[in-house]
Ligand binder design. Structure first.
Ligand code: ADP
Ligand code: MG
Length: 266
């Protein structure tokens, strides 16, 4: 059965979409069967993997309102994984879902028939705690939280952890934190180092060992409709997301690796 991860953070611009697209591609490169779900009406995750939005109907929107199925809507990308696309229409789901029964569980129920076909389902959540994110959190086994190590990051994290507790209490008792991902990392900044240290102090091994550096190739790749490993495989961004994909598999399989700086990898 697939492991279902919601890539989420109510803050915008922290690297959710970049992570969802690039991690999907890097997991696929490691022979994992991946479905990426674009839950953001901006549809950046959809275009970022080479799908032209206006051709991308039906989308997650039709799935949520019961007019389409995952089987009908999923699209195979050129990068070895499937995508459930989104476009601006998805913004209307909020209103359309108001009167629907079980509106928090529409996505979970729609996914059930295909979970046997995938190893990972990655959901790119919008930067808000709206009904789309709630559908993502209700369907997920765990959340992956990308964050920039800056001054307000820890405060935002406290809010997010409180939200997750509520979701666990009311909607999805099995929801865990899979991990916290340090993104757009600039090791020269003292503040970044400080916040990163505090993060590890509070969350221990919930913080991924892999750090995503600030890398211009990661920012350029979406305008070519490609994940970074298909755009510049040698870039630091591509290497970092490949390492993150491997770390996810290691965690899932219980493999322990000694960090490179401390010794030879086992
Ligand atoms: P979110 O989905 O959380 O709003 P995005 O993934 O869209 O965040 O990232 C916000 C912006 O930062 C985008 O323009 C993206 O290309 C850029 N970006 C994301 N991660 C990196 C990185 N590691 N290095 C450089 N630019 C990045
Ligand atoms: Mg985004």
């Amino acid at each position: 059965m697939a492991k279902i991860l919601a890539v989420t953070n109510q803050k915008g611009g922290v690297g959710k979409t970049t992570t969802a697209v690039n991690l999907s591609a890097c997991l696929a490169a490691l022979d994992q069967r991946v479905l990426m779900i674009d839950l953001d009406p901006q549809g950046n995750g959809t275009t970022g993997c080479g799908i032209v939005k206006r051709e991308a109907l039906p989308t997650v929107y039709q799935i949520l309102i019961g007019r389409s199925t995952v089987l009908e809507a999923r699209i195979r990308t050129d990068f070895g994984f499937d995508v459930l696309p989104a476009n601006r229409e998805l913004a209307g789901a909020e209103v359309d879902l108001i009167d629907m029964n079980g509106r928090e569980y529409r996505l979970r129920d729609a996914l059930a028939p295909v979970l046997g076909e995938y190893d990972f389902v990655l959901m790119d959540c919008p930067p808000a705690l709206n009904m789309l994110t709630v559908n993502g959190l209700a369907a997920a086994d765990a959340v992956m939280i990308p964050m920039q190590c800056e001054y307000y990051a820890l405060e935002g994290l406290t809010d997010l952890v409180a939200t997750l507790k509520k979701v666990r209490a009311h909607l999805n008792p099995r929801l865990e934190i899979e991990g916290l991902l340090r993104t757009m990392f600039d090791p020269r900044s003292t503040l970044t180092q400080q916040v990163s240290g505090e993060l590890v102090e509070h969350f221990g091994n919930k913080v991924y060992r892999t750090i995503i550096p600030r890398n211009v190739r990661l920012a350029e790749a979406p305008s070519y409709g490609k994940p970074v490993i298909a755009f510049d495989k040698q870039s630091r961004g591509a290497q970092a997301y490949s390492a993150l994909a491997q770390e996810l598999l290691d965690r899932r399989d219980g493999v322990v690796r000694v960090p490179a700086e401390q010794g030879v990898e086992q």
